[in-house]
Write a protein that binds this ligand. Structure first.
Ligand code: MN
Length: 309
């Protein structure tokens, strides 16, 4: 039996380079997320939306855009996600831009430390999100969450979980990466982040990439999935702020989600960067809900769930 689920809305675009991800939580609700999960027999509670400062839309200060506001939002996310895990529930964070993964994953990491669990983070994204204020020209913090979680970033963000760094790079597996700045790429290699980029998926296939990304987890491993909707090819998912061509197709994305479901380890989830202002009749939100259903075991295929091969 899967544990009960809590939906947590974080309606902000405070770390993004385009406005609109603040409308993401409501678009996911309108696309029927709660009913879709309930149809799979899950007990789902919608906790409503977190509150935080408005987006002042200012240029960067000392290399960061809206840092005090980003800290406030991430503190709210951290507290809410940790409370759900403490209560034995599975948090699903409805973003909101991807800077909020700092609050979410630092809470998951803290929970794992407290519960004596191992952690695996799957980062599904077109971008590595491993920028720093020195490496990024924009200062948009949604390009920095993985670096911050690994201890590289402003003090107020890296210490949100109480332990610095919140996670070690070796717990992260990135899938679908196809847009990395030159300095960011050097830094990713330097810390040894494991990346299955689109070239890897082209050559080896999604199945092989996911087999490796999910390998060596055991019954005591907490699997967190951070799903940036721009992971998907923009042909099928136009409703994001930073579209990068050449992403996973519908079938590749379904396979990715189904293999995560088959692992049986999913324990927390972020659904990030959905931007209804750029979407077409909410189709990207509907697709995201469809994929999340697969994450929770809906099979689009004829396969017998008892016999997985
Ligand atoms: Mn991202």
């Amino acid at each position: 039996m899967t544990r009960p689920v809590s939906l947590i809305g974080a309606p902000t675009d405070i770390g993004a380079g385009a406005r609109g991800a603040s409308m993401g939580p409501e678009a996911l609700r309108v696309a029927g997320l709660q009913a879709a999960l309930e149809a799979h027999g899950l007990d789902v509670l919608d906790r409503g939306n977190l509150a935080g400062p408005p987006n002042p839309w200012q240029p960067p200060t000392d290399g960061y855009r809206h840092l005090p506001e980003v800290v406030a939002w991430n503190q709210a996310v951290h507290t809410a996600v940790h409370a759900e895990l403490d209560a034995g529930r599975m948090p699903i964070l409805l973003g909101g831009d991807h800077c909020l993964a700092i609050g979410s994953i630092s809470a998951v990491a803290r929970h794992c430390r407290e519960a004596g669990k191992k952690l695996r983070v799957l980062w599904l994204d077109a971008h590595a999100d491993f920028n720093t204020s020195v490496l990024t020209p924009s200062g948009n913090i949604h390009g920095m969450p993985v670096a911050c979680l690994c201890g590289h970033g402003p003090q107020a963000l890296i210490e949100i979980g109480g332990t610095v760094p919140a996670i070690a790079p070796k717990v992260v597996r990135q899938i679908g990466i196809r847009s990395v700045d030159p300095g960011e790429k050097r830094f990713v290699h330097q810390v040894g982040l494991e990346v299955f980029d689109m070239r890897y998926i082209d050559e080896m296939g999604m199945r092989h990439a996911m087999e490796l990304a999910l390998a060596t987890m055991d019954a005591n491993t907490h699997l967190h999935v951070s799903f940036d909707v721009d992971f998907l090819d923009p042909e099928i998912a136009p409703g994001v702020g930073t579209t990068i061509p050449g992403g996973p197709t519908y079938r590749e994305a379904q396979l990715c989600m189904e293999m995560i479901a088959d692992s049986g380890r999913l324990a927390s989830l972020d659904i990030m960067e959905l931007n209804p202002a750029l979407d077409v009749r909410n189709k990207t939100a509907v697709l995201a809900v469809d994929l999340v259903e697969s994450l929770f075991g809906k099979s689009t295929l004829m396969r017998d769930p008892e016999r997985r091969r």
